[in-house]
Design a protein around this ligand. Structure first.
Ligand code: NAD
Ligand code: UDP
Length: 349
């Protein structure tokens, strides 16, 4: 196998009690007001860490973090990650999540997206170098592009178009991995890299544009379900709580090479749409829309390394995670989460 990827050594690299060592640590989370970042911050605060959330609120929301406003272990820095990060005092750990993740959002300003990944990585790495902090990069399955193999393992180098609408995100994340590699080898910065596969759950924005939030919102509102292409393309969906557990285990480990984190269950978009329709009891119609350019045909993580080295595997099945996500969106939209269930008493009269 090429590259560093197989250089894991043998045996587990994660001690189960390591997450407890967060007590009193100062942890910076960039992109902490976003969907994943806000869940991560909750776990970090729950384990006694001091948390600084750096976010420019471009795709994140204050409402995702407002519950921590009175917590003296929580600070919000409203800042762009592309600007140098100046923090007085200790920083023990950095989680770099700042970057729009939804294709329609990251394609609005592709140059900014690329800068966010690359300048952002540079800035967190420089900060880590100055502070002697461990630094984690939220990388992505998009580094594999439109993969020719399935499932995708970490040694696979990917098939990415450098010259298309997804390139700003995919190549930005690949360049960030390169910077992490080079800061590690050149300056000894202590790095961790998670290659995250599609993740979903409460606190995704309803107008975010990603498939789970689109389908659930459309079904609850009785609008057409927008299926791009023929819906035969596949994705593997990881529930956000599982992902955050993977983050903490990876950060507490000694694994300084990229690790896939995702749920290996693989579904077509037609199957996903049908599950959402069944669960919501919605009468929305499935309508076809053009397949976006360079939309990957398939995606499924090989999580052998995460399982072997971190003792990690997802625990929430798509069906259960969708129930929780639908309940969240229903509350946000002021709709019943299952229309057939609500109709039942009337139907019985
Ligand atoms: P999100 O859009 O909800 O969150 C991103 C956060 O970063 C937002 O709060 C946004 O305001 C902030 N941000 C964006 N650009 C910034 C900038 N220039 N300076 C400061 N803050 C900025 O996305 P998410 O789903 O929570 O994703 C979080 C991270 O995980 C991203 O880096 C994303 O690439 C990565 N990731 C997510 C998934 C997924 O399925 N959710 C999959 C692969 C990778
Ligand atoms: N998709 C879809 N309808 C939508 C939104 C997305 O059919 O309303 C498809 C999209 O074409 C892709 C898959 O769902 O094949 C996942 O899209 P998403 O934007 O969530 O993530 P990504 O493409 O980055 O994996």
């Amino acid at each position: 196998m090429p590259g560093d990827f197989m250089n894991f050594g043998s045996g587990p690299h994660f001690a189960a009690d390591n997450t407890i060592k967060l007590m009193g640590k100062s942890v910076l989370v960039t992109g902490g007001a976003g969907f994943v970042g806000s869940h991560l911050i909750e776990r970090l605060l729950g384990q006694g860490a001091q948390v600084i959330c750096l976010d420019n609120l471009s795709t994140g929301r204050l409402s995702n973090i407002s519950r921590h406003a009175g917590n003296d272990r929580f600070t919000l820095m409203r800042q762009d990650v592309c600007d140098p990060i100046l923090i007085a005092g200790a920083v023990d750990e950095i989680f770099n999540l700042a970057c729009p993740a939804s294709p329609p959002k990251y394609q609005i300003d592709p140059v900014r997206t690329f800068k966010t990944s690359v300048f952002g990585a540079m800035n967190v790495l420089e900060l880590a170098r100055r502070k002697g902090a461990r630094v984690f990069q939220a990388s992505t399955s998009e580094v594999y592009g439109d993969p020719e193999i399935s499932p995708q393992h970490e040694a696979y180098r990917g098939a990415v178009n450098t010259f298309g609408p997804r390139a700003c995100y995919d190549e930005g994340k690949r360049a960030a991995e390169t910077l992490f590699h080079d800061f590690h080898h050149q300056y000894g910065v202590d790095i961790r890299i998670a290659r995250i596969f599609n993740t979903y759950g409460p606190r995704m924005c309803k107008d975010d544009g990603r498939v789970v939030s689109n389908f659930v919102t459309q079904a609850l509102m009785g609008r057409d379900i927008t299926l791009y292409g023929d819906g035969s393309q596949t994705r593997s969906f990881c529930y956000v709580d599982d992902l955050v557990e993977g983050f903490l285990r990876l950060m507490a480990s000694d694994v300084a090479v990229p690790v896939n984190l995702g749920n290996p269950g693989e579904f077509t978009m037609v199957e996903l749409a049908q599950m959402v329709l069944d669960k919501t009891g919605s009468s929305s119609r499935l309508v076809r829309r053009p397949l976006p350019k360079d939309d990957p045909r398939q995606r499924r993580p090989d999580i052998t390394q995460a399982t072997k080295k971190l003792g990690w595997a997802p625990t929430v099945a798509l069906s259960d995670g969708l129930d929780r996500t639908i309940a969240h969106f229903a509350a946000e939209l002021g709709r019943p989460s299952c229309q057939t269930a609500t109709l039942m008493p009337e139907a019985a009269e």
